[in-house]
Structures are given as structure tokens and as C-alpha cells.
Design a protein around this ligand. Structure first.
Ligand SMILES: [Zn+2]
Ligand SMILES: [Zn+2]
Length: 110
């Protein structure tokens, strides 16, 4: 399983409460909270393009923040839409897989 950096998502599903499920091509399952995804958004309105300094203040996010939908951007990643109206972020599958926090990955595997 090592040496594969080209991760493919077989299944992408929004689950209650506020969880995103991804089942990968190798059968691995990852769960992400919608809030943590929103907080890790790397788009130009959340992170300064030049300095990479975060612009988003997660304290200003609504407490009931959740994902309202998503689009696949080719086989590269996901464009997620959030209940606060934010819809410009793209999460690459590679980054999502690398940030998997399940016991097996523990967010440190990469
Ligand atoms: Zn963003
Ligand atoms: Zn994992």
C-alpha cells in the first residue's frame, strides 16, 4: 500500500451529523467533520495567496456550520459547499487522505 500517492475516492457521501465519508480505491474509509474541512479551506478568501497566512477566523464560523453539498472536480478533488455560503474551496483527494484521522492513519501518516 505504500508508494501510492494517487488516491482515488470511490464513494463520497455526506452523513449526519455534519460528517463527510470518503471510501478510497484501496477500501480505506475516512471521516471528516464538516467544520474541520471548512477550517482547513485553502482558497484565496480563506488563506492569503502570497503569504499563506490564514484569513479565515474560525471563531466567526456559525456553530451549526455544515456542508450542504459538493461537486467532484474531475478526479482531483472535491469542491465543498457550506451552510455559511462558502463554496470556493477545493480539497484535493491527496490532501484529504493525508489528513485522515482514523486510528490507522492518526493524521500523521504523511
Ligand atoms: Zn475558503
Ligand atoms: Zn485513515
Amino acid at each position: 500500500m505504500s508508494g501510492s500517492s494517487n488516491y482515488q475516492a470511490e464513494v463520497v457521501e455526506l452523513l449526519e451529523p455534519a460528517t463527510l465519508l470518503i471510501v478510497w480505491g484501496d477500501g480505506h474509509e475516512s471521516l471528516f467533520s464538516h467544520r474541520s474541512l471548512r477550517e482547513s479551506c485553502q482558497c484565496a478568501s480563506c488563506v492569503d495567496e502570497w503569504s499563506r497566512e490564514p484569513i479565515l477566523d474560525s471563531a466567526n464560523l456559525p456553530v451549526d456550520l455544515h456542508c450542504t453539498g459538493f461537486d467532484l472536480t474531475g478526479n482531483y478533488g472535491l469542491n465543498l459547499r457550506f451552510s455559511d455560503g462558502h463554496a470556493t474551496g477545493i480539497w484535493s483527494f491527496e490532501r484529504l487522505r493525508a489528513s485522515c484521522a482514523c486510528p490507522e492513519c492518526d493524521g500523521s501518516n504523511e
